[in-house]
Design a protein. Structure first.
Length: 365
């Protein structure tokens, strides 16, 4: 069996990620060459911004505070929402207290980025699975995301949602776990009806169990009940435990950061090789290693056939941040919307289009 979880935009950790992405968009609107690495923590009504931003445009502290409040309102934590749940159970953007600890990017790092090298170093992983119905993502992860977004988008209950799906080796659903704030009997009934309707689309075992709010009650939520911190949902952000993950948080970063961009191109390479090999391959894993300040990378491509056979390919090449940023549109204010959709689920984005990928990255099984 395999299990994946997903968390909605209203989860405190994702609120923190979204605040950072929302602010990044405001900078990129003014200066597409902005260097950005901004971490966020939110607890109760207190928000801390800490990191480095180098940009030709400077926002005032008052403007940054407004962006934070606007981002939280955009998620749905409005005054009206809080008035329903109560101040002791949920936040709202209007009441946030924001402190800022922001400096410029270190010149030791920027000198390498200025010559089109990477703003960080490390190991980055891409993954694709023969599952075209779910954009070649792992089915357990895709289903957990689908259910989470359906509950969140319908606004039938609270916004701070976690979903968890367990599948067996026949892709039958063995277990569904949902945590979602509910205050009234009507909300509880609506959530139960939605989950059952959603589950009816998929095969399940005879012993399949559905658990909604395992503690028995879930009313207090958002950062009132749980401190939110950027980069704390990496398994959710990537492949749900079906693959290694590398680097750091893909959010909170501009496109010169390998944590975002090399993870994206590793996924693109994996998906391209899967699609190129038709039904011969079950899954592809790609590892990329880079050095800070340089464009040189090492790439490993591992393909697993449906018959269990495995093939590995390795190459040393160069990947330039400026080119990939342009190809992927990372010099445009797309970050907040990307965060809402999930990193690998909007097929219209440039990093999911593999036809223009350099042929050296695509191998036949």
């Amino acid at each position: 069996m395999r299990t994946s979880e997903y968390v909605a935009l209203g989860h405190p950790d994702k609120v923190a990620d979204y605040i950072s992405e929302y602010i990044l968009d405001r900078y990129v609107e003014k200066d597409k060459g902005t260097r950005f690495a901004l971490e966020v923590q939110i607890k109760d009504n207190h928000v801390t911004l800490g990191g480095e931003v180098t940009s030709s445009h400077q926002f005032s502290k008052a403007e940054l505070i407004k962006f934070v409040k606007d981002a939280v309102d955009d998620i749905g934590y409005t005054k009206e929402y809080q008035s329903f749940w109560g101040q002791n159970a949920a936040i709202c953007g209007d009441e946030l207290d924001v402190v800022c600890y922001i400096s410029h990017q270190s010149p030791d790092i920027s000198q390498g980025v200025n010559r089109d090298g990477w703003g960080d170093q490390g190991i980055f992983w891409g993954y694709a699975e023969n599952n075209p119905a779910h954009n070649y993502m792992p089915q357990d992860h895709a289903m957990a995301r689908e259910l989470s977004k359906e509950i969140f988008d319908t606004k039938i209950a609270g916004l701070d949602i976690k979903t968890q799906i367990t599948l067996n080796d026949k892709n039958e659903v063995c277990n569904v776990i949902v945590a979602v704030p509910v205050k009234t009997k009507e909300q509880r009934a609506s959530v139960a009806e939605l989950v059952e309707s959603w589950l009816a689309k998929y095969p399940k075992t005879s012993a399949c169990e559905v658990i909604v709010n395992g503690t028995g009650e879930y009313i207090i939520h958002s950062s009132i009940s749980d401190c939110g911190t950027t980069g704390r949902k990496l398994v959710v952000d990537f492949y749900g435990g079906n693959s290694k993950i590398g680097g750091g948080c893909p959010w909170t970063k501009d496109g010169t950061k390998a944590d975002l961009t090399l993870n994206l191109i590793a996924r693109q390479i994996a998906k391209a090789n899967l699609m190129h090999n038709g039904d011969k391959v079950y899954k592809v894993k790609v590892g990329i290693a880079c050095c800070i300040g340089r464009s040189d990378v090492l790439v490993n491509i591992k393909m697993e056939g449906k018959d269990g056979a495995v093939k590995n390919f390795e190459l040393a090449t160069k990947l330039f941040p400026s080119k990939i940023m342009k190809d992927f549109g990372l010099d445009k204010p797309i970050f907040a919307e990307t965060h809402k959709n999930g990193l690998f689920y909007d097929a219209g984005r440039n990093w999911e289009k593999t036809e223009n990928l350099d042929k050296e990255f695509i191998k036949k099984f």
